[in-house]
Design a protein around this ligand. Structure first.
Ligand code: ARG
Length: 454
């Protein structure tokens, strides 16, 4: 492509370190689409004669058909997907192919291709997250009133409902969806026409190429357009955050599927066995979702560190922008799909959850609140009285509501029989009616509200 200036070819290792074709061949659809938009504009503006532009457009279709059928060869001599496509085009239509690169550089070309790719990636993730959200909502609805222990410090704290717990992940998923959607809005500007860095003297129609490729308009500064990769980092930041949420959910499944918890059984489809221990049912998929979040976050860090300190405009370091984005996207796609499948098919052991919720004195706060409300004790004093009741129940190995009224009145004679109305786990969750609370009625309302937002 630049042989005119050089007497010797590159060293073998130079070729190898320089080549991006092993990974950027993944951009071939975007590369052909970008070139088609560019050549249509070159023809329409008369920068290239209309019949040449038509021949190039038809040739690009042939190249696309060739790639579709045969894949993209990893030819190091042809360095990257842009050179590969141009060489294939020349094979197909001859020297007129050389007019395609008028008023264009690989710098605005790759910035455009990669934006198109990331935009498609966001659309795929949004679809997958929609399915995850739906799976969570369905199971939350089923378990709007199923009592489970809520934890702080992984110690039984207060009873909540499984529906409420799952809805917490719906909230996280909805914020993830909005992060990806935001990234999409910000990145949707077309670099084509920025050329190498300074713009071009040819009378290009940047609005035409932008709108042909579904962008909201052209980028405003040619230096910025060819050299920033914040759109890719926006994607990776959203991906890393999303993967962290998935990792926490995965961790809950790992814990819940363990024998000491026994809160969930994963379906056969989402379990693995052990080659030595016949009794095992391992939650490998959940563990890998948890693990993948580390790799996805690593991809974000890789690109941030690559970009840090690069002077304007393009530097070849930026070729390394693609592998971390591709890797993160593949890992995230698998993670979302695996979590969705596990949620859809899991059997929640609600009897066991209830048993654990009842065992942990998890309604102690309800007793304290009752003393404040009905006996007018200051909360600190109510806390102390309740602590004595818990101590007594613990010594006898019984639940709070198994203490007799005489026992309770011996601790504080302001307690009366109405207290039993708040000591059960069902009464406890039903009472948590503050907005955003765990009462089954609130959970159902939250589900309905979530279903109304898209
Ligand atoms: N393969 C290159 C990349 O991905 C394309 C841009 C090359 N531009 C250049 N001036 N060498 O960044």
């Amino acid at each position: 492509m630049w042989g005119g200036r050089f007497a010797e070819g590159p060293a073998a290792v130079m070729r190898e370190i320089n080549a991006s074709i092993p990974f950027d061949k993944r951009l071939w659809r975007q590369d052909v689409a970008g070139s088609k938009a560019h050549v249509a504009m070159l023809g329409a503006t008369g920068i290239v004669a209309a019949d040449d532009a038509a021949a190039i457009a038809a040739g690009l279709d042939q190249v696309a058909a060739y790639y579709e059928a045969n894949g993209v060869a990893e030819d190091m001599v042809l360095e990257d997907i842009h050179m590969q496509t141009e060489a294939r085009l020349a094979d197909a239509i001859g020297p007129v192919a050389g007019r395609l690169h008028t008023a264009r550089s690989r710098n605005d070309q790759v910035a455009t291709d990669f934006r198109l790719w990331v935009r498609d990636a966001i659309d795929q993730v949004l679809g997958a997250l929609g399915a995850l959200r739906e799976a969570l909502l369905t199971r939350a609805e089923e378990h709007a009133a199923s009592v489970m222990p809520g934890f702080t410090h992984l110690q039984s704290a207060q009873p909540v409902t499984l529906g409420h717990h799952l809805m917490a992940y719906v909230e996280m998923t909805m914020r993830d969806i909005s992060r990806f959607a935001d990234a999409r809005v910000r990145m949707n500007r077309c670099p084509l026409g920025s050329a190498a860095l300074a713009g071009t003297g040819f009378p290009v129609d940047r609005d035409a190429t932008a709108s042909a490729l579904g962008f909201d308009g052209p980028t405003r500064n040619s230096l910025d357009a060819v050299s920033d990769r914040d759109f890719a980092m926006d994607y990776l930041m959203a991906a890393a955050q999303c993967s962290l949420h998935l990792s926490r959910l995965a961790e809950e499944f790992v814990l819940w599927a363990s024998q000491p918890f026994g809160f969930v059984s994963l379906s056969d489809q989402w379990s693995t066995g052990s080659s030595i221990m016949p009794q095992k049912r391992n939650p490998d998929a959940a563990e890998l979702v948890r693990g993948h979040s580390g790799r996805i976050t690593g991809c974000l860090v890789a690109l941030m560190v690559t970009m840090k300190g690069l002077p304007l405009a393009y530097s070849k370091d930026m070729q390394d922008d693609k592998p971390p984005v591709f890797e993160a996207h593949d890992l995230l796609g698998l993670s979302i799909a695996a979590m969705t499948g596990m949620i859809e098919s899991a059997t929640f052991r609600t009897d066991r959850m209830r048993q654990v919720a009842e065992a942990g004195f998890s309604t102690a706060t309800d007793l304290a609140d009752w003393l404040v409300r009905e006996a007018n004790l200051p909360f600190r004093e109510a806390h102390h009285v309740t602590g004595r009741a818990v101590k007594l129940a613990e010594g006898r190995g019984v639940a709070l509501d198994a203490l007799s009224l005489d026992d309770l009145r011996a601790i504080d004679d302001r307690i009366d029989a109405r207290v039993y109305g708040v000591l059960s786990v069902d009464a406890s969750v039903a009472s948590r009616t503050s907005f955003g609370g765990t009462a089954p009625a609130n959970v159902r309302a939250a589900i309905a509200a979530a279903r109304e937002t898209t």
